[in-house]
Design a protein around this ligand. Structure first.
Ligand code: FAD
Length: 409
Protein backbone atom coordinates (compact mmCIF):
# COMPACT_ATOMS: atom_id res chain seq x y z
CA UNK A 1 0.00 0.00 0.00
CA UNK A 2 1.64 3.34 -1.00
CA UNK A 3 1.85 5.59 2.11
CA UNK A 4 0.08 8.91 2.05
CA UNK A 5 3.03 11.26 2.50
CA UNK A 6 0.75 14.27 2.39
CA UNK A 7 -0.72 13.09 5.69
CA UNK A 8 1.18 15.09 8.30
CA UNK A 9 -0.51 13.53 11.31
CA UNK A 10 1.63 11.12 13.25
CA UNK A 11 0.92 7.42 12.74
CA UNK A 12 1.87 4.63 15.16
CA UNK A 13 3.17 1.44 13.56
CA UNK A 14 3.60 -1.77 15.54
CA UNK A 15 6.95 -2.41 13.85
CA UNK A 16 8.95 0.15 11.84
CA UNK A 17 11.90 -1.31 9.90
CA UNK A 18 14.55 1.16 8.74
CA UNK A 19 16.29 -0.36 5.70
CA UNK A 20 14.96 -2.44 2.83
CA UNK A 21 18.23 -4.25 2.03
CA UNK A 22 18.76 -8.00 2.26
CA UNK A 23 17.86 -8.33 5.94
CA UNK A 24 15.22 -5.57 6.24
CA UNK A 25 13.29 -6.92 3.24
CA UNK A 26 13.51 -10.49 4.58
CA UNK A 27 12.20 -9.32 7.96
CA UNK A 28 9.19 -7.58 6.40
CA UNK A 29 8.37 -10.86 4.62
CA UNK A 30 8.85 -12.93 7.79
CA UNK A 31 6.35 -10.65 9.60
CA UNK A 32 3.72 -11.16 6.88
CA UNK A 33 0.50 -12.69 8.15
CA UNK A 34 0.88 -11.69 11.82
CA UNK A 35 -1.87 -9.10 11.48
CA UNK A 36 0.38 -6.27 12.69
CA UNK A 37 0.86 -2.76 11.30
CA UNK A 38 4.35 -3.05 9.79
CA UNK A 39 6.16 -0.27 7.89
CA UNK A 40 9.50 0.07 6.17
CA UNK A 41 11.64 3.15 5.51
CA UNK A 42 14.11 2.79 2.63
CA UNK A 43 16.39 5.40 1.05
CA UNK A 44 16.08 3.94 -2.47
CA UNK A 45 13.03 5.08 -4.47
CA UNK A 46 10.12 2.84 -5.47
CA UNK A 47 10.84 1.01 -8.71
CA UNK A 48 14.62 0.83 -8.07
CA UNK A 49 16.38 -1.84 -6.04
CA UNK A 50 18.59 -0.51 -3.22
CA UNK A 51 22.22 -0.35 -4.46
CA UNK A 52 23.26 -3.23 -2.17
CA UNK A 53 21.51 -5.62 -4.60
CA UNK A 54 24.51 -5.50 -6.93
CA UNK A 55 26.68 -8.09 -8.69
CA UNK A 56 28.06 -9.68 -5.50
CA UNK A 57 27.66 -13.44 -5.32
CA UNK A 58 25.98 -14.58 -2.14
CA UNK A 59 26.51 -18.01 -0.74
CA UNK A 60 23.33 -19.01 1.11
CA UNK A 61 23.82 -21.58 3.87
CA UNK A 62 21.47 -24.56 4.01
CA UNK A 63 19.56 -22.96 6.91
CA UNK A 64 19.05 -19.81 4.80
CA UNK A 65 17.84 -21.82 1.79
CA UNK A 66 15.32 -23.63 4.00
CA UNK A 67 13.95 -20.39 5.48
CA UNK A 68 13.83 -18.38 2.23
CA UNK A 69 12.04 -21.26 0.53
CA UNK A 70 9.52 -21.52 3.38
CA UNK A 71 8.95 -17.75 3.04
CA UNK A 72 8.30 -18.11 -0.72
CA UNK A 73 11.30 -16.00 -1.81
CA UNK A 74 13.65 -18.41 -3.57
CA UNK A 75 10.81 -19.59 -5.82
CA UNK A 76 10.91 -16.06 -7.34
CA UNK A 77 14.57 -16.25 -8.52
CA UNK A 78 14.92 -15.76 -12.27
CA UNK A 79 18.16 -17.79 -12.49
CA UNK A 80 18.41 -21.10 -10.67
CA UNK A 81 20.89 -20.93 -7.78
CA UNK A 82 24.18 -22.85 -8.00
CA UNK A 83 24.40 -25.70 -5.47
CA UNK A 84 27.57 -25.99 -3.35
CA UNK A 85 28.11 -29.76 -3.13
CA UNK A 86 31.65 -29.63 -1.79
CA UNK A 87 33.98 -27.05 -0.27
CA UNK A 88 37.71 -27.11 -0.99
CA UNK A 89 39.99 -24.91 1.14
CA UNK A 90 43.72 -24.53 0.54
CA UNK A 91 46.52 -22.04 1.03
CA UNK A 92 49.37 -21.14 -1.32
CA UNK A 93 52.63 -22.42 0.21
CA UNK A 94 50.97 -24.66 2.84
CA UNK A 95 50.65 -28.42 2.52
CA UNK A 96 47.28 -29.00 4.20
CA UNK A 97 43.90 -28.70 2.56
CA UNK A 98 40.29 -29.34 3.51
CA UNK A 99 37.73 -31.08 1.33
CA UNK A 100 34.21 -31.33 2.70
CA UNK A 101 31.46 -33.22 0.83
CA UNK A 102 27.81 -32.39 1.54
CA UNK A 103 26.92 -36.03 0.83
CA UNK A 104 29.00 -37.05 3.88
CA UNK A 105 26.38 -35.18 5.95
CA UNK A 106 23.45 -36.76 4.14
CA UNK A 107 22.78 -33.54 2.19
CA UNK A 108 22.65 -32.69 -1.45
CA UNK A 109 24.39 -29.33 -0.88
CA UNK A 110 25.91 -27.16 1.84
CA UNK A 111 24.12 -24.17 0.37
CA UNK A 112 23.37 -22.28 -2.84
CA UNK A 113 25.00 -19.40 -4.73
CA UNK A 114 22.69 -16.53 -5.69
CA UNK A 115 23.58 -13.22 -7.35
CA UNK A 116 22.52 -10.30 -5.13
CA UNK A 117 20.68 -8.42 -7.92
CA UNK A 118 18.64 -11.53 -8.71
CA UNK A 119 17.89 -11.98 -5.00
CA UNK A 120 16.74 -8.34 -4.85
CA UNK A 121 14.20 -8.96 -7.63
CA UNK A 122 12.95 -12.10 -5.86
CA UNK A 123 12.52 -10.24 -2.56
CA UNK A 124 10.72 -7.41 -4.36
CA UNK A 125 8.29 -9.86 -5.98
CA UNK A 126 7.51 -11.43 -2.61
CA UNK A 127 7.30 -8.02 -0.85
CA UNK A 128 4.63 -7.05 -3.35
CA UNK A 129 2.40 -9.73 -1.81
CA UNK A 130 3.00 -8.78 1.86
CA UNK A 131 -0.34 -7.91 3.34
CA UNK A 132 -0.67 -4.28 4.47
CA UNK A 133 3.06 -3.41 4.49
CA UNK A 134 3.49 0.38 4.40
CA UNK A 135 6.60 1.39 2.44
CA UNK A 136 8.07 4.86 2.87
CA UNK A 137 10.50 5.26 -0.05
CA UNK A 138 12.49 7.18 -0.91
CA UNK A 139 12.74 8.21 2.72
CA UNK A 140 15.67 8.52 5.10
CA UNK A 141 15.72 7.86 8.81
CA UNK A 142 16.84 10.98 10.68
CA UNK A 143 16.27 10.55 14.43
CA UNK A 144 14.38 8.69 17.16
CA UNK A 145 13.24 9.81 20.62
CA UNK A 146 11.16 8.21 23.41
CA UNK A 147 7.46 9.10 23.31
CA UNK A 148 5.58 7.21 26.04
CA UNK A 149 4.78 3.64 24.92
CA UNK A 150 6.43 4.23 21.53
CA UNK A 151 9.37 5.92 19.82
CA UNK A 152 8.90 9.08 17.75
CA UNK A 153 10.82 8.54 14.51
CA UNK A 154 11.74 11.43 12.24
CA UNK A 155 12.11 10.64 8.52
CA UNK A 156 12.76 12.75 5.43
CA UNK A 157 10.86 11.84 2.27
CA UNK A 158 10.78 13.34 -1.22
CA UNK A 159 8.30 15.96 -0.02
CA UNK A 160 9.90 16.89 3.29
CA UNK A 161 10.18 15.66 6.86
CA UNK A 162 7.58 13.91 9.01
CA UNK A 163 7.29 12.08 12.33
CA UNK A 164 6.07 8.50 12.71
CA UNK A 165 5.54 6.54 15.89
CA UNK A 166 6.67 2.96 16.39
CA UNK A 167 6.15 0.47 19.20
CA UNK A 168 9.25 -1.35 17.95
CA UNK A 169 11.94 0.32 15.82
CA UNK A 170 14.21 -2.06 13.87
CA UNK A 171 17.59 -0.80 12.62
CA UNK A 172 18.22 -2.77 9.40
CA UNK A 173 20.10 0.11 7.81
CA UNK A 174 23.47 -1.51 7.22
CA UNK A 175 26.99 -1.17 8.58
CA UNK A 176 26.92 2.64 8.85
CA UNK A 177 23.61 2.47 10.72
CA UNK A 178 22.04 5.84 11.57
CA UNK A 179 19.56 4.03 13.84
CA UNK A 180 22.45 2.55 15.86
CA UNK A 181 23.93 6.02 16.24
CA UNK A 182 20.59 7.59 17.20
CA UNK A 183 20.15 4.90 19.88
CA UNK A 184 23.59 5.81 21.21
CA UNK A 185 24.93 2.29 20.72
CA UNK A 186 28.69 2.23 20.27
CA UNK A 187 30.23 -0.01 17.58
CA UNK A 188 33.78 -1.38 17.55
CA UNK A 189 35.50 -1.43 14.18
CA UNK A 190 38.52 -3.20 12.75
CA UNK A 191 39.96 -2.40 9.33
CA UNK A 192 41.52 -5.46 7.65
CA UNK A 193 43.43 -3.21 5.22
CA UNK A 194 42.10 -5.32 2.36
CA UNK A 195 39.64 -4.79 -0.46
CA UNK A 196 37.74 -7.52 -2.23
CA UNK A 197 37.22 -7.43 -5.98
CA UNK A 198 34.07 -9.21 -7.10
CA UNK A 199 33.24 -10.32 -10.64
CA UNK A 200 31.68 -13.05 -12.73
CA UNK A 201 34.16 -15.23 -14.63
CA UNK A 202 33.95 -17.96 -17.23
CA UNK A 203 36.43 -20.84 -17.16
CA UNK A 204 37.29 -23.72 -19.50
CA UNK A 205 35.87 -26.12 -16.87
CA UNK A 206 32.29 -25.14 -15.94
CA UNK A 207 31.24 -25.28 -12.27
CA UNK A 208 30.72 -28.82 -10.91
CA UNK A 209 29.31 -27.86 -7.51
CA UNK A 210 32.71 -27.18 -5.88
CA UNK A 211 33.23 -23.91 -3.97
CA UNK A 212 36.94 -23.15 -3.82
CA UNK A 213 38.58 -21.01 -1.15
CA UNK A 214 42.25 -20.29 -1.84
CA UNK A 215 44.28 -18.17 0.55
CA UNK A 216 47.35 -16.23 -0.53
CA UNK A 217 49.65 -13.68 1.13
CA UNK A 218 47.51 -10.90 -0.45
CA UNK A 219 44.18 -12.22 0.76
CA UNK A 220 41.58 -14.79 -0.22
CA UNK A 221 40.55 -15.80 -3.72
CA UNK A 222 37.28 -17.72 -3.82
CA UNK A 223 35.43 -19.28 -6.72
CA UNK A 224 31.73 -19.94 -6.21
CA UNK A 225 29.68 -22.17 -8.54
CA UNK A 226 26.85 -19.98 -9.91
CA UNK A 227 23.73 -21.40 -11.50
CA UNK A 228 24.45 -19.77 -14.89
CA UNK A 229 27.62 -21.80 -15.77
CA UNK A 230 29.80 -18.92 -14.56
CA UNK A 231 31.85 -18.68 -11.40
CA UNK A 232 31.50 -15.85 -8.93
CA UNK A 233 35.04 -14.81 -8.14
CA UNK A 234 36.15 -12.90 -5.05
CA UNK A 235 39.76 -11.71 -5.16
CA UNK A 236 41.42 -9.96 -2.23
CA UNK A 237 43.97 -7.18 -2.78
CA UNK A 238 45.77 -4.82 -0.39
CA UNK A 239 43.64 -1.67 0.14
CA UNK A 240 46.31 0.55 -1.45
CA UNK A 241 46.03 -1.51 -4.63
CA UNK A 242 42.23 -1.46 -4.92
CA UNK A 243 41.84 1.64 -7.11
CA UNK A 244 44.52 0.43 -9.54
CA UNK A 245 42.98 -3.06 -9.55
CA UNK A 246 39.66 -1.65 -10.78
CA UNK A 247 41.57 -0.22 -13.74
CA UNK A 248 43.12 -3.56 -14.75
CA UNK A 249 41.83 -4.71 -18.12
CA UNK A 250 40.09 -8.10 -18.25
CA UNK A 251 43.17 -10.01 -19.33
CA UNK A 252 45.27 -8.61 -16.50
CA UNK A 253 42.49 -9.34 -13.97
CA UNK A 254 42.14 -12.90 -15.25
CA UNK A 255 45.92 -13.43 -15.16
CA UNK A 256 46.05 -12.25 -11.52
CA UNK A 257 43.17 -14.51 -10.51
CA UNK A 258 44.75 -17.43 -12.40
CA UNK A 259 48.05 -16.91 -10.62
CA UNK A 260 46.41 -16.70 -7.18
CA UNK A 261 44.03 -19.57 -7.76
CA UNK A 262 45.91 -22.02 -10.00
CA UNK A 263 44.35 -24.30 -12.61
CA UNK A 264 41.73 -26.25 -10.66
CA UNK A 265 38.94 -24.77 -12.80
CA UNK A 266 41.03 -24.79 -15.99
CA UNK A 267 41.82 -21.55 -17.85
CA UNK A 268 39.88 -18.38 -17.03
CA UNK A 269 38.42 -17.12 -20.30
CA UNK A 270 36.35 -14.01 -19.63
CA UNK A 271 35.21 -11.65 -16.85
CA UNK A 272 32.15 -9.47 -16.24
CA UNK A 273 32.21 -5.99 -14.61
CA UNK A 274 34.19 -5.69 -11.36
CA UNK A 275 33.46 -3.89 -8.11
CA UNK A 276 35.62 -3.41 -4.99
CA UNK A 277 34.60 -3.47 -1.32
CA UNK A 278 36.81 -2.30 1.57
CA UNK A 279 36.94 -4.93 4.33
CA UNK A 280 35.99 -3.48 7.72
CA UNK A 281 34.39 -5.33 10.64
CA UNK A 282 31.83 -3.33 12.66
CA UNK A 283 30.28 -4.85 15.78
CA UNK A 284 27.64 -3.08 17.88
CA UNK A 285 28.24 -3.42 21.64
CA UNK A 286 24.50 -3.95 22.21
CA UNK A 287 21.74 -5.03 19.85
CA UNK A 288 18.80 -3.62 21.82
CA UNK A 289 17.73 -0.29 23.33
CA UNK A 290 14.34 0.65 24.77
CA UNK A 291 11.74 -0.18 22.07
CA UNK A 292 14.46 -0.81 19.47
CA UNK A 293 16.63 -3.62 18.09
CA UNK A 294 19.40 -3.92 15.51
CA UNK A 295 19.49 -6.67 12.87
CA UNK A 296 21.91 -7.63 10.08
CA UNK A 297 24.85 -5.40 9.24
CA UNK A 298 23.58 -2.68 11.60
CA UNK A 299 24.25 -5.16 14.43
CA UNK A 300 27.41 -6.67 12.95
CA UNK A 301 29.17 -6.57 9.62
CA UNK A 302 32.05 -8.92 8.99
CA UNK A 303 34.67 -9.94 6.47
CA UNK A 304 32.86 -11.92 3.74
CA UNK A 305 35.57 -14.62 3.60
CA UNK A 306 33.39 -17.10 5.49
CA UNK A 307 30.21 -16.03 3.57
CA UNK A 308 28.35 -15.50 6.84
CA UNK A 309 27.06 -11.87 6.88
CA UNK A 310 23.61 -12.21 5.37
CA UNK A 311 23.17 -15.75 6.66
CA UNK A 312 23.68 -14.46 10.20
CA UNK A 313 21.58 -11.33 9.60
CA UNK A 314 18.70 -13.45 8.31
CA UNK A 315 18.80 -15.46 11.53
CA UNK A 316 18.57 -12.13 13.44
CA UNK A 317 15.46 -11.29 11.41
CA UNK A 318 13.84 -14.71 11.77
CA UNK A 319 14.44 -14.80 15.52
CA UNK A 320 12.95 -11.33 15.83
CA UNK A 321 9.91 -12.34 13.76
CA UNK A 322 9.33 -15.35 16.07
CA UNK A 323 9.48 -13.09 19.12
CA UNK A 324 7.19 -10.47 17.58
CA UNK A 325 4.66 -13.24 16.93
CA UNK A 326 4.89 -14.24 20.61
CA UNK A 327 4.54 -10.63 21.84
CA UNK A 328 1.98 -9.33 19.33
CA UNK A 329 0.17 -7.31 21.97
CA UNK A 330 3.28 -5.11 22.39
CA UNK A 331 6.19 -5.95 20.09
CA UNK A 332 8.45 -3.38 21.76
CA UNK A 333 8.04 -4.75 25.28
CA UNK A 334 10.99 -5.38 27.58
CA UNK A 335 10.42 -9.16 27.51
CA UNK A 336 10.89 -9.24 23.73
CA UNK A 337 14.05 -7.10 23.89
CA UNK A 338 15.55 -9.29 26.59
CA UNK A 339 14.70 -12.53 24.73
CA UNK A 340 16.10 -11.16 21.45
CA UNK A 341 19.44 -10.22 23.03
CA UNK A 342 19.68 -13.61 24.76
CA UNK A 343 18.71 -15.73 21.77
CA UNK A 344 21.14 -14.00 19.41
CA UNK A 345 24.12 -14.16 21.74
CA UNK A 346 25.69 -17.53 20.90
CA UNK A 347 25.13 -17.55 17.13
CA UNK A 348 26.41 -13.98 16.87
CA UNK A 349 29.54 -14.57 18.98
CA UNK A 350 30.48 -17.85 17.29
CA UNK A 351 29.85 -16.59 13.76
CA UNK A 352 31.87 -13.40 14.35
CA UNK A 353 34.67 -15.43 15.87
CA UNK A 354 34.64 -17.86 12.93
CA UNK A 355 34.69 -15.11 10.25
CA UNK A 356 37.27 -12.97 12.01
CA UNK A 357 39.52 -15.96 12.75
CA UNK A 358 39.38 -17.05 9.12
CA UNK A 359 40.10 -13.51 7.88
CA UNK A 360 43.06 -12.99 10.21
CA UNK A 361 44.70 -16.42 9.99
CA UNK A 362 44.42 -16.58 6.25
CA UNK A 363 45.77 -13.04 5.82
CA UNK A 364 48.73 -13.62 8.12
CA UNK A 365 51.82 -14.64 6.18
CA UNK A 366 54.26 -15.06 9.08
CA UNK A 367 56.43 -18.07 8.02
CA UNK A 368 56.40 -19.48 11.57
CA UNK A 369 52.62 -19.78 11.42
CA UNK A 370 52.62 -21.74 8.17
CA UNK A 371 53.15 -25.22 9.63
CA UNK A 372 50.42 -24.49 12.18
CA UNK A 373 48.05 -23.39 9.48
CA UNK A 374 48.86 -26.47 7.42
CA UNK A 375 48.32 -28.68 10.44
CA UNK A 376 45.06 -26.83 11.14
CA UNK A 377 43.79 -27.51 7.63
CA UNK A 378 44.93 -31.15 7.86
CA UNK A 379 43.23 -31.53 11.23
CA UNK A 380 39.93 -30.27 9.82
CA UNK A 381 40.39 -32.58 6.85
CA UNK A 382 41.10 -35.68 8.96
CA UNK A 383 38.99 -35.26 12.11
CA UNK A 384 35.33 -35.98 11.37
CA UNK A 385 34.10 -34.31 14.59
CA UNK A 386 35.95 -31.07 13.81
CA UNK A 387 34.80 -31.18 10.21
CA UNK A 388 31.21 -31.70 11.34
CA UNK A 389 31.46 -28.54 13.49
CA UNK A 390 32.89 -26.49 10.62
CA UNK A 391 30.29 -27.89 8.22
CA UNK A 392 27.45 -27.26 10.69
CA UNK A 393 28.51 -23.61 10.92
CA UNK A 394 28.86 -23.36 7.12
CA UNK A 395 25.29 -24.67 6.81
CA UNK A 396 24.03 -22.04 9.26
CA UNK A 397 23.10 -24.18 12.27
CA UNK A 398 24.68 -22.42 15.26
CA UNK A 399 23.21 -21.61 18.64
CA UNK A 400 19.45 -21.07 19.00
CA UNK A 401 18.36 -21.75 15.39
CA UNK A 402 15.08 -20.13 14.23
CA UNK A 403 12.37 -22.69 13.37
CA UNK A 404 12.07 -21.75 9.67
CA UNK A 405 15.76 -22.66 9.14
CA UNK A 406 14.89 -26.26 10.02
CA UNK A 407 12.02 -26.66 7.52
CA UNK A 408 13.65 -28.72 4.71
CA UNK A 409 13.47 -26.89 1.36
C1 FAD B 1 31.73 -8.74 -1.58
C2 FAD B 1 30.74 -9.24 -0.59
C3 FAD B 1 30.35 -10.58 -0.62
C4 FAD B 1 29.44 -11.07 0.33
N1 FAD B 1 29.12 -12.38 0.28
C5 FAD B 1 28.26 -12.89 1.21
C6 FAD B 1 27.91 -14.27 1.17
O1 FAD B 1 28.37 -15.05 0.33
N2 FAD B 1 27.04 -14.73 2.12
C7 FAD B 1 26.51 -13.91 3.07
O2 FAD B 1 25.74 -14.39 3.91
N3 FAD B 1 26.84 -12.60 3.12
C8 FAD B 1 27.69 -12.07 2.22
N4 FAD B 1 28.00 -10.73 2.25
C9 FAD B 1 27.41 -9.88 3.30
C10 FAD B 1 26.04 -9.33 2.92
O3 FAD B 1 26.09 -8.61 1.71
C11 FAD B 1 25.54 -8.44 4.08
O4 FAD B 1 25.60 -9.17 5.26
C12 FAD B 1 24.12 -7.95 3.82
O5 FAD B 1 24.09 -7.08 2.72
C13 FAD B 1 23.56 -7.24 5.05
O6 FAD B 1 22.23 -6.86 4.82
P1 FAD B 1 21.51 -5.67 5.61
O7 FAD B 1 20.12 -5.62 5.11
O8 FAD B 1 21.77 -5.82 7.05
O9 FAD B 1 22.30 -4.35 5.19
P2 FAD B 1 22.40 -3.74 3.74
O10 FAD B 1 22.30 -4.82 2.74
O11 FAD B 1 23.59 -2.86 3.74
O12 FAD B 1 21.07 -2.85 3.58
C14 FAD B 1 20.88 -1.66 4.28
C15 FAD B 1 19.72 -0.92 3.63
O13 FAD B 1 19.40 0.22 4.45
C16 FAD B 1 19.18 1.34 3.61
N5 FAD B 1 19.52 2.54 4.41
C17 FAD B 1 20.73 2.88 4.94
N6 FAD B 1 20.63 4.01 5.65
C18 FAD B 1 19.32 4.39 5.60
C19 FAD B 1 18.59 5.48 6.15
N7 FAD B 1 19.18 6.42 6.93
N8 FAD B 1 17.28 5.58 5.89
C20 FAD B 1 16.65 4.64 5.13
N9 FAD B 1 17.30 3.58 4.57
C21 FAD B 1 18.61 3.46 4.82
C22 FAD B 1 20.11 1.12 2.42
O14 FAD B 1 19.65 1.83 1.28
C23 FAD B 1 20.02 -0.39 2.24
O15 FAD B 1 18.99 -0.77 1.38
C24 FAD B 1 28.91 -10.22 1.32
C25 FAD B 1 29.29 -8.86 1.35
C26 FAD B 1 30.19 -8.39 0.41
C27 FAD B 1 30.60 -6.93 0.46
Amino acid sequence: MPPDLSDRTTRCHDVLIVGGGLVGASLAIALDGLGLDVAQVEAAPAGALPPVFDQRNLSFADATVNALTALGVLQELRTPPGPIRRIHVSRAGDFGRVLMEASAYGRDAFGQVVVASDFGHALEQRLGRVDGLVRYRPARFLAAAPAGESLAVRIAGADGERTLHARLLVGADGAASGVREALDIHADTHDYGQSLLVARVRASRPPDGTAWERFTAHGPTALLPRGDRHYGVVHGVARAQAAAALEWDDSEFLARVQSAFGWRAGRFLGAGPRSAYPMVRTVARRITAPRAVLVGNAAQSMHPVGAQGFNLGLRDALTLAELVAEHRQDPGCAALLEAYARRRQEDRARTLEFSDGLARVTANDAPLLRPLRSLGLMAVDRLPALQARVAGGAMGFRGDVPALCRVPA
